[in-house]
Design a protein around this ligand. Structure first.
Ligand SMILES: O=C(O)CCC(=O)C(=O)O
Ligand SMILES: [Fe+2]
Length: 274
């Protein structure tokens, strides 16, 4: 996980614009937001956690999840028209974040002395890019409930725009939770499980969570990128040798695999091990 300062050529005012449209959307009356409610069995749209079992502990947040890529898979009916710049800003943001991700994939490959397309070719032309707007209302009992439970992202890579003022994200390292400080015009870049697999365990997908806050609400915007479901991915050949044997099997449709593992209460990355 790392911080990308200067935000890779995206202006600070544009980042503020992204935060602003998110804030305006979540401030709309419930009936207005519900026009974009998540479909019953879908993962896109506005809502709370999907309830999957009786003893599930719910997270303290509302989300708006939207797929941006492949572009032909956009469900525009779920893209808010209010505030009226929302769609345009999200579209532009997606284009800008994609450029950053592509630069990162190349830099990461080079840092391991690999051919520069080693990771980007696994994501492929039809990689899935998903935006998730997270809204954490104030919570009277932050000691009892989390904004998001501990998890690692299933993505390949996640580019996160944190709230400009309110902290909440924490990362687990050396048996402790560390706060990720707010740096207003920097992104937090997290690698996800699929990058850990592709890099044969060299790049780690960090465990993280979000805590709640009794005084202030918090908004964040996460952009996830992962290979298309039908694309098989696995550790890059150049990262496997006698000293570092292959750690993971090849996998396809990690999203579905991830979901099944959660249902069974097993850790997806562990289940992908050889
Ligand atoms: O709100 C945040 O800072 C992070 C949210 C998160 O971990 C996620 O959406 O996967
Ligand atoms: Fe996450």
């Amino acid at each position: 996980m790392g911080l990308l300062s200067g935000s890779g050529g995206i202006s600070s005012s544009f980042l503020d614009k992204v935060r602003e449209v998110a804030k305006q959307f979540f401030a709309l009356p419930v009936e207005e937001k519900q026009k974009y409610s998540r479909e019953v069995d879908g993962s896109e749209g506005y809502g709370n956690d999907r309830i999957l079992s009786e003893n599930q502990v719910l997270d303290w947040l509302y989300r708006l999840s939207l797929r941006l890529r492949p572009v032909d898979q956009r469900k525009l009916q779920l893209w808010p028209e209010n505030p009226n710049e929302f769609r345009e800003v999200l579209d532009e943001y997606g284009t800008k974040v994609k450029i950053i991700m592509d630069v990162l994939f190349k830099a990461m490959a080079k840092s391991l002395s690999l051919e520069e397309n080693s990771f980007s070719s696994q994501f492929g032309e039809r990689a899935v890019m998903q935006a998730r707007f997270n809204f954490y209302p104030r919570c009277a009992r932050p000691d009892l409930v989390l904004g998001v439970k501990p998890h690692s992202d299933r993505s390949g890579i996640t580019v996160l725009l944190q709230d400009k003022e309110v902290e909440g994200l924490q990362v687990f390292k050396n048996d402790k939770w560390f706060i990720v400080s707010v740096i207003p015009h920097a992104f937090v870049v997290k690698l996800g499980d699929q990058m850990q697999i592709m890099s044969n365990g060299i790049f780690k997908s960090p465990m993280h969570r979000v805590v709640t806050n009794s005084e202030r609400m918090r908004i964040s915007v996460a952009m996830f990128n992962e290979p298309a479901p039908d694309k098989e991915i696995g550790p890059v050949d150049g990262l496997i040798d006698e000293k570092r044997p292959r750690l993971y099997r090849n996998v396809k449709n990690y999203a579905a695999f991830n979901f099944e593992c959660f249902q069974k209460g097993v850790v997806p990355l562990e289940s992908a091990k050889i």
